[in-house]
Design a protein around this ligand. Structure first.
Ligand code: CA
Length: 434
């Protein structure tokens, strides 16, 4: 079995710089999509791939050891980005996604934080291996948003988990995946998956044999579609044949690799909803819906439409009233009049009825928070209890104090909305002017 890596990173058509970074080595591959004002995003993504680079070519005795090493590298990336951010006020609040794979004994190990993605293309079907850590994905998982609504959701670029934001980071890992000849493993930033739909990506992966040409086509297509964001693509193509010595993960000939790795539950997988198989099923279902959905039936009369709308509103109001009973025990940290506050309920409105009320104000100004945290507060950070909400506010209070830039009369700091972690075409220019 032979694995060929092809890759490309591109600024796109709109952004002033490229805040993506990648790692392509012998055994370790990664994509990082940085965010932050000025050059902070670049700094964050570059810092984040360093621990991955450092482990490239290392040998591991067991699959478990390989997965654990990958997780530790991502956790190290988190600590390193936080440390880097503290070293320069201009970098406060920067963060990055990180999606990394390690190839060992013809198996792929994966670790993931954020909304960059890993896909497996096999037997003509494209399966997303990672779960996006985004607000919209969370709403979909909770059944409050359909997949079809994601593309137009105003907050589709808001991420819920990133490297460099909190002192500890939850890292998704998956069971090692046994590679087969013909497989293609795609790592990419949202600069690809935003403008290019999955059917098109699958078409290119299935239709373009040369890995480098396939990567070029993917990046070129994202640019043709407007190139609203930085585009980064890493493609591993698996073919029959003797591996190049440099591509062997452990120095042993690939043909002597064990045919199968015993599968056992990964104790660290609690943050990933599902498994390889169900991920594939989820994507297949989605593609089936996309293919099968024809144009909507002819529109009815206006009266009938109004009746349906009225009925829907009444139903929504009833649902909202019922929901309030359920949600009165829920808590979240959100924004009220420009400051951090604790709310009882859920950060939602249904039919104009708010499902929350203010419980406590904190006195912490939103503008004092690092941009990523500010965005999270604006979106609402749900907590399990009032006590947890109070702890969260305490953390934000500390961060607000730390994030205060050192006054520099020569160059006043300017934490603006441009630093917020909104990415994608919703905010094409993140203000990075140099
Ligand atoms: Ca991006």
């Amino acid at each position: 079995m032979r694995i060929t890596a092809a890759f490309r990173t591109d600024q796109g058509q709109v952004r002033a710089n490229n805040q993506d970074n990648l790692q392509v080595g012998r055994t370790v591959f990664a994509v990082a999509d940085g965010m932050g004002g000025h050059v902070a995003g670049e700094v964050a993504s570059e810092e984040a791939v360093k621990p991955l680079k450092a482990m490239d070519g290392s040998r591991y005795d067991t699959p478990e050891a390989a997965t654990e090493a990958l997780r530790e590298a991502v956790e190290a990336a988190n600590s390193d980005v936080i440390g880097k951010a503290r070293s320069n006020p201009d970098w406060a609040g920067m963060g990055t996604t990180l999606t990394a794979v390690l190839v060992r004994d013809e198996h792929v190990h994966l670790a993931h934080v954020g909304d960059s993605r890993a896909y497996l293309y096999r037997d003509g079907a494209l399966s997303q291996l990672t779960t996006d850590h985004t607000l919209v994905e969370q709403l979909v998982q909770e059944g409050r948003l359909s997949r079809e609504e994601i593309a137009t959701h105003p907050q589709r670029s808001v991420i819920t988990r990133a490297i460099g934001v909190e002192p500890t980071v939850d890292v998704d890992t998956l069971q090692p995946l046994a590679l087969q000849p013909g497989d293609r493993l795609l790592l990419c930033s949202d600069g690809l998956t935003g403008p290019v739909d999955e059917d098109t990506i699958a078409g290119i992966l299935g239709g373009v044999e040369d890995p480098h040409a396939a990567v070029d086509q993917l990046v070129d297509l994202a640019n043709t579609e407007g190139g609203p964001d930085n585009i980064t693509v890493v493609l591993l193509s698996v073919t029959e044949g003797e591996p190049d010595p440099a591509e062997r993960s452990d120095g042993r000939p690939a043909v002597q690799a064990p045919a199968a790795i015993p599968i056992r539950p990964d104790p660290h997988r609690e943050h990933h909803n599902g498994n390889w198989a169900s991920d594939m099923g989820r994507l297949a279902d989605r593609q089936g819906v996309d293919r099968g959905a024809g144009p909507p039936p002819g529109s009815g009369r206006v009266k009938r439409l109004l009746a349906v709308l009225t009925g829907a509103l009444v139903l929504a109001a009833v649902v909202a009233a019922g929901a309030w009973l359920i949600f009165s025990r829920a808590w979240f940290v959100g924004a009220a009049d420009g400051e951090v506050a604790i709310f009882q309920g859920l950060p939602e409105e249904v039919a104009g009825i708010a499902l929350y009320r203010i419980s406590e104000r904190s006195g912490v100004a939103l503008t004092d928070l690092p941009p990523l945290q500010r965005q999270r507060v604006v979106n609402g950070v749900t907590t399990a209890s009032l006590g947890e909400a109070q702890q969260t506010v305490a953390t934000y209070r500390e961060n607000a104090a730390e994030a205060q830039p050192v006054p520099d009369p020569a160059e006043p700091a300017e934490p603006t909305e441009a630093d917020a972690p909104q990415r994608g075409d919703a905010q094409p220019d993140d203000g990075g002017q140099g």
